[in-house]
Design a protein around this ligand. Sequence first.
Ligand SMILES: [Zn+2]
Length: 144
Amino acid sequence: MSKAKDVDDRFKKFGTVSFTAITKINDFIDYLENGKVMGTRCKGCGQSFFPPRSDCYQCLPGEMEWFEVSGMGKLVTYSKLEYAPIGFQEDVPYCIALLDYGDYKVFGRIDRNLPPEELKVGMEMKTVANTLPNGQLNYVFQRP
Ligand SMILES: [Zn+2]
């Protein structure tokens, strides 16, 4: 079995963001299954990456380590999605958003139990691992 095939199969479980450009970081899904949302950090320069990257563009071929996305991020922007990509039509409407954690930013969706009217740019939110009704994994943003 090829390495690429292995990555593809595992990323089928991931339900929010397209990670097609990413290779070698399929541990992300294993962490997610264990309730952890993880990014990568370069051991050379300390740069944090989310979505996780396997290489640092400054220190190639620098060594990367995993870190957990924890604590609070600030809501930078959000948008209500009425139309979803193929495969996710039953999920809409939902809100996608961007959280700023200082060193890095996390793009994802707002917990569907949180009404959009209660969202405010600048509010603090946390990122948590989540399982969708169809069994796919993703992560969502919740209020603290
Ligand atoms: Zn680096």
